[in-house]
Write a protein that binds this ligand. Structure first.
Ligand code: NAD
Ligand code: UGA
Length: 496
């Protein structure tokens, strides 16, 4: 089960589908899992002999290695798998709409990944519908219609992706209106809570599995069937069964509340910088309260990733649609604060470098939206580099996992008025942190890759222009040690 980008933009593809399905196959050897995708290239990558699978996720190759060829298969035989499956997981890429009603806020349910699980000989298949988002009405709708068209027996259809409330209802309407030969379709909501970089562990030891269903006898029976699959490795008490709409809303709520914590700590980081307080100490003291807890209180240059912003904007749109403007404004502020945090950090860099960075060489360490992933979607690094480019700085980028082609693509999207050649006049992608920092005036840590902590900072210092500046946007480095070497250091959330 895996979905891939149409038109060659493959990075970031299937971060949910691949790991989820591989872990199901690993934990349920009695279940045959067929992963179906229309992209032959992607399927070939999943099937590659050297396990060069198309996404970077720690531990995932080991899982695929154990299950592939045993009960985990990758194929492009989409229709056969729909027919054979009893249980279909639909994982939809749900980007924010770019035009029309709800533009900038509402989810655009366009591309779809489907996993099919018959639960006797459970076949898990994924279909990825390759249709341009500009011509297709909705990927989820197309996928749902495809299930209805191909199915010759009853199915349970599971929403795996993050969707606006009541998407399941739309799916049911489509399926029921197109059902043939007395086929029956039950819809479940089963949102995914994994985080990238820790996906395998999150799937093996989830805090909870959430299953939403209609509270009818048929809906509850379908919920029980899905619950039985997870019960192969998840303790029953951690499998929560709720109503369909509660499940859909809970996913948006969980992401919104996680992002809200980051915006809260980032708002406090601005106060720390102005007062001389230390945000790490504040987070530690606050998080020690067991009612608050220590997790997700790491101040940063801003949260990124494909989901937080999208899901909050979804909640904003939902609130506005429900005529709840105060609620919408509340959640919108979480995103606005995040934008503010990124702007604030860029401004600190410019201000500190004597109010101009024009022509200055700035090393940006990290391009992924967080460590341990090659995913760059909504990465704060992109915004920072865009700001540096608009100040006409020379930017030198190093990231241990992000493909160079992805960096160029992201920068082109961020700077649509510049040609690639123009961008490349200002940007160099470097093979190491050391290379990126050589001759630079400043180093900006944008992603918290551990290796940045362990590099030879003395050697880097010796190779930089003086005064040499470090801007730590991730609270990653030992600032005192760097100062002893001779660096001038600015750390997010620390007033010096
Ligand atoms: P993904 O982008 O990795 O996979 C979806 C697929 O859609 C990809 O193959 C992508 O390449 C493809 N796609 C995107 N635009 C396309 C287009 N225009 N034409 C054709 N194909 C296109 O997405 P994901 O990260 O696996 O997320 C899938 C769903 O799961 C989303 O609803 C997301 O909100 C949710 N989710 C994601 C995560 C995560 O960590 N990434 C975690 C939990 C839930
Ligand atoms: C997040 C959620 O953690 C998952 O539960 C959810 O399933 C997923 O979104 C989703 O729906 O897509 P993910 O985006 O992969 O997972 O990564 P996170 O670890 O949540 O980090 C998101 C961003 O917040 C990153 O840029 C990270 O660096 C930043 N962050 C995180 C902070 O700045 N501070 C923190 O304390 C934690």
């Amino acid at each position: 089960f895996q979905g891939m980008a149409a038109g060659g933009g493959a990075v970031g593809a299937g971060y949910v589908g691949g790991p989820t399905c591989a872990v199901i196959a690993l934990k349920c050897p009695q279940i045959e899992v067929n992963i179906v995708d229309l992209s032959q290239t992607r399927i070939d990558a999943w099937n590659s002999e050297d396990f060069s699978i198309p996404i970077y996720e720690p531990g995932l190759v080991d899982v695929v290695r154990q299950a592939r060829g045993r009960n985990l298969f990758f194929t492009t035989e989409v229709d056969r798998c729909i027919k054979e499956a009893d249980l279909i997981f639909v994982s939809v890429n749900t980007p924010t709409k770019k035009s029309g009603v709800g533009a900038g806020f509402a989810a655009d349910l366009k591309c779809v990944i489907i996993i099919l699980f018959p639960y006797v000989l459970l076949v898990c298949a994924l279909i990825h519908v390759f249709l341009s988002q500009f011509i297709s009405p909705s990927y989820i709708e197309l996928a749902t219609r495809r299930i209805a068209a191909v199915a010759t027996s009853s199915k349970i259809v599971v929403e795996k992706s993050t969707v606006p409330c009541r998407t399941a209802e739309s799916m049911r309407t489509i399926l029921e209106a197109n059902s043939k030969n007395g086929c029956r379709f039950d819809i479940l909501s089963n949102p995914e809570f994994l985080a990238e970089g820790t996906a395998v562990n999150d799937l093996l030891y989830p805090d909870r599995v959430l299953i939403g269903s209609l509270q009818t006898p048929e809906g509850l029976a379908a919920s029980e069937s899905l619950s039985d699959v997870y019960a192969n490795w998840v303790p029953k008490e951690q499998i929560l069964t709720v109503g369909l709409w509660s499940s859909e809303l809970s996913k948006l709520a969980a992401n919104a509340m996680l992002a809200q914590r980051i915006s809260s700590i980032n708002a406090l980081s601005a106060i720390c910088e102005a007062t001389g307080a230390n945000i790490d100490e504040v987070a530690h003291a606050v998080g020690f309260d067991s009612r608050i807890g220590p997790k997700f209180l790491k101040a940063s240059v801003g949260f990124g990733g494909s989901c937080f912003q999208k899901d909050i904007l979804n909640l904003v749109y939902l609130s506005e649609s429900l005529h709840l403007p105060e609620v919408a404004a509340y959640w919108r502020q979480v995103v606005e604060l995040n934008e503010y945090q990124k702007r604030r950090f860029s401004k600190t860099v410019v201000d500190t470098l004597f109010n101009t960075i024009t022509g200055k060489r700035i090393a940006v360490l990290g391009f992924a939206f967080k460590a341990d992933t090659g995913d760059t979607r909504e990465s704060a690094a992109i915004t920072l580099i865009r700001d540096f480019l608009s100040e006409r700085a020379q930017v030198r980028i190093y990231d241990p996992k992000v493909e160079h082609s992805q960096i160029w693509q992201d920068l082109q999207e961020a700077e649509p008025h510049l040609s690639l050649a123009e961008i490349q006049k200002q940007v160099t992608i470097c093979p190491s942190a050391f290379d990126a920092c050589s001759d630079a005036e400043a180093v900006v840590v944008a992603t918290e890759w551990k290796e940045f902590r362990d590099i030879d900072w003395k050697a880097i210092y010796d190779n930089m222009e003086k005064p040499a500046f470090v801007f730590d946007g991730r609270l990653l480095l030992d600032a005192d040690k760097l100062r002893q070497i001779g660096f001038r250091v600015k750390v997010i959330g620390r007033g010096e």
